[in-house]
Write a protein that binds this ligand. Sequence first.
Ligand code: ATP
Length: 322
Amino acid sequence: MTSTHATAPAVEFNSASKTYGSVRALDGLTVRLYSGETVALLGPNGAGKSTTLDLLLGLRNPDPGGRVRLFGTTPRQAVTGGRVGAMLQSGGLMEGVRVRELIELACALHPRGYATEQVLAEAGITELADRMVGKLSGGQEQRVRFALATAGDSDLIVLDEPTTGMDVTARRSFWSAMRAQAATGRTVLFATHYLEEADEVADRVLVLHRGRLLADGSAAQIKAMAGVRRVGFTLEMVPDGVLEAQLRALPGVTELDLAGAAVRLRSTDADATVQALYALGLYPHGLEVTGLGLEEAFVTLTSRAEETGHLTTDDKDKAGIK
Ligand SMILES: Nc1ncnc2c1ncn2[C@@H]1O[C@H](COP(=O)(O)OP(=O)(O)OP(=O)(O)O)[C@@H](O)[C@H]1O
């Protein structure tokens, strides 16, 4: 995906670090994003997501020795040239105006601004156009922020926790508006704590942990990196006494949940677990082996990194990541 692009990457971080006093918020981030990619930025609290976005938008500078470029220029040049639309968590909206007036202003200020009605419609907020900004609910405010980020023909859209405060319906319609933006070939980068959104929407997932890039791949690759599978089955004729200890001792088993004859476990080697089960003369019914969801994979990877300080080559091999 990355080697065939002739033009400058939409986003390029080169050994970018950011230190606040004794806190290293970002630690040598090197990554490139390309046109048309929809990229989710994940990480536990304090991992460096907002710092990454601040550097990307030129709101802060990286420490000496690191570099951030957007479309081959400085972030400031890209932002003032109208190539970037951003929706940040912080910063109040102008309160004493109507939504339409606020969007009109954003369209007028953008070097390649769209028509106000089009922006309202595409962000799905036409019905909010005559409302006072100061009277909007949290979720409605978020949708107005999105409209501001898409007020002009930007090549890169940056969204920090875009769906915080939105209900299920608003989130759904938000992502459908966002997908429409991505379908026009824009690069979309969003930070989120909702992993199911990353799984559904992003074609690339970056996992930050303590300011470092822990994983970079598709959601499927990140799940494979966790290397753990869920195994579920029921047992007939459960022998007395020793069963739980026997199940725990099966190769690969990391967690076990036994409810009567129903067994659920997690294994780092599901094939070996199941074979050993048969070898013990325990015959599973309704056997199901499934991969982890992105959320579980994320928790597994970040806690593993917490324990070891990094991921092993083996983790990356499992996912086919270089
Ligand atoms: N202006 C600042 N001054 C001092 N420390 C800061 C500053 N901004 C961020 N930090 C610290 O840098 C680290 C990374 O913070 P950052 O906000 O980038 O993380 P995050 O991944 O966005 O977290 P969250 O998910 O909680 O929003 C944290 O330890 C944070 O306390």
